[in-house]
Design a protein around this ligand. Structure first.
Ligand SMILES: O=C(O)C1=C[C@@H](OP(=O)(O)O)[C@@H](O)[C@H](O)C1
Ligand SMILES: C=C(OP(=O)(O)O)C(=O)O
Length: 451
């Protein structure tokens, strides 16, 4: 198991107006995929703007262990890959740290090569369900040997003669969809994946970009994605857009801190990722899109978020859940400062992330004076309106970066400071979070609550 190091307690206090520009790091989903697809391509793929968070660095190390040559020179990542089906057998256990995306996509990518690999992670990752990936991989002929309940550590024996597969994804998960598509790369003929609810489509876009033949058709049964196996990938030059899931933190902080006006430039607004911003606008947020444009085939804008004293609780439509799945924790913080109830149904997946995110947020919000109701796949936050949230509590982050950052945002507008027991996991996805928020005027210190 990877070690996470000593806990780093953090405290966030009422902050003056947040002002300025927030340049958030590269998109985590696109960063993982750039490394994995680059490692499956003969020739040099160049990547700029790669997120250098621990999750992505662990994927880079894993790709090296499977035979790719990866180095960073002059701000650009250079990847010399081994080709589809060319992975070498790793000599050691692959440690994916805290990253569900990393481990599940890599399992898919190696599943149809005649090699064996053992995967592990930290305590959070080793508690997360992997059968959702190994079940469809078994259809290709891949064998897996994990702990009870399909948990890591787990050994996968890749299929030497993979079959072609059609798979209806039973949960709304881009990681499962992507694992099957990546496995399909080294399978003969067509791999077909059907998803009932649209999830982030970065794999489909990037596979096409690297030269695969892949087609998505919207049908009554959902999105039917067909990939032709054994493509000849061509090396790419990739500029990773900035991460909307990281942008969520300065945006939400600006909405709840009096007098704030923050610009978050160059944020990808791919509709499969942008659900939070639609939701915030429905709540009455002063959030505008400036300089809207297309970059690399994706809609992009500069987001401007200003203090919004009259936020209202709303019903968040369940069909929007996949497009904002990682943003519910910080949405629940904004909901605490809105008037009335914010009801969030259709979010069972939140229970199997780095932590049970409904439970982790509900416990911390209640300790801060906010009523929260919850069921298996829904939760409701009873907002108190601006200026009325007590705070004055320490929340457990459960090795979950988004939980830690969400409570740090909460503390920027509560009456008393908010603390987390461990802000260390923030480095997995947003290593510059404290500096970036501090530069805007937020007060986050590395100390436990002072009673
Ligand atoms: O494919 C991806 O890059 C991701 C998919 C989502 O997970 P699920 O596929 O489990 O929903 C998301 O929560 C994660 O942060 C990144
Ligand atoms: C769920 C997340 O990541 P992963 O599944 O890759 O650990 C996240 O970043 O919020």
């Amino acid at each position: 198991m990877s070690s996470h190091g000593a806990p780093i307690p953090m405290t966030s206090r009422a902050s003056g107006p947040l002002k300025g520009e927030a340049h958030v790091p590269g998109d985590k989903s696109i960063s993982h995929r750039s490394l994995i697809l680059g490692a499956m391509t003969v020739g040099e793929t160049k990547v700029t703007g790669l997120l250098e968070g621990q999750d992505v660095l662990d994927t880079a190390k894993a790709m090296q262990a499977f035979g790719a040559d990866i180095e960073k020179r002059d701000g650009t990542w250079h990847i010399h890959g081994v080709g589809v089906g060319g992975f070498a057998e790793p000599e050691n256990v692959i440690d994916c740290g805290n990253s569900g995306t990393g481990v599940r996509l890599i399992m898919g990518a190696m599943a149809t090569s005649p090699i064996t690999a053992t995967f592990t992670g930290d305590a959070s990752l080793n508690g997360r369900p992997m059968a959702r990936v190994t079940d469809p991989l078994a259809l290709f002929g891949t064998k897996s040997y994990g702990r009870k309940g399909g948990r890591l550590p787990m050994t996968l024996v890749g299929a030497a003669n993979p079959l072609s597969v059609r798979y209806d994804v039973p949960v709304p998960s881009a990681q499962v969809k992507s694992a099957v598509l990546l496995a399909g790369l080294n399978a003969p003929g067509e791999t077909v994946v059907v998803e009932r609810e649209a999830t982030r489509d970065h794999s489909e876009r990037m596979l096409a970009g690297f030269g695969a033949t892949i087609e998505t058709v919207e049908t009554n049964e959902g999105r039917v994605i067909t990939l032709q196996g054994r493509p000849e990938f061509k090396p790419q030059t990739i500029i990773v857009p900035r991460d909307p899931s990281s942008a969520a933190f300065p945006v939400c902080a600006a909405l709840i801190c009096e007098g704030s006006d923050v610009l978050v430039p160059n944020i990808g607004l791919n509709p499969t990722r942008a659900g939070l911003f639609t939701t915030l606008r429905e709540m009455g947020a002063d959030l505008t899109y400036e300089n809207e444009r297309e970059e690399g085939g994706e809609p992009v804008a500069d987001l401007r978020a200003r203090f919004s004293p009259n936020l209202k609780g709303i019903e968040v439509p369940p069909h929007r859940a996949a497009s904002m799945i990682d943003e519910y924790p910080v949405l629940s913080v904004v909901a605490a400062f809105a008037e009335g109830k914010t009801h969030m149904p259709g979010v069972k997946e939140l229970r199997v992330k780095e932590s049970d995110r409904i439970d982790a947020m509900a416990v911390g919000l209640r300790a801060a004076g906010i009523a929260v109701d919850e069921g298996e796949d829904w939760w409701t936050v009873h907002g108190l309106g601006h200026g009325n949230v007590a705070g004055g509590a320490t929340a457990a982050s459960h090795l979950d970066h988004r939980i830690a950052m969400s409570f740090m945002v909460l503390g920027m507008a509560t009456q008393k400071p908010m603390s987390v027991d461990d802000g260390g996991p923030i480095a997995t996805s947003f290593p510059i979070f404290e500096t970036l928020m501090g530069n805007l005027g937020a007060s986050i210190t590395r100390e436990a609550a002072q009673e």
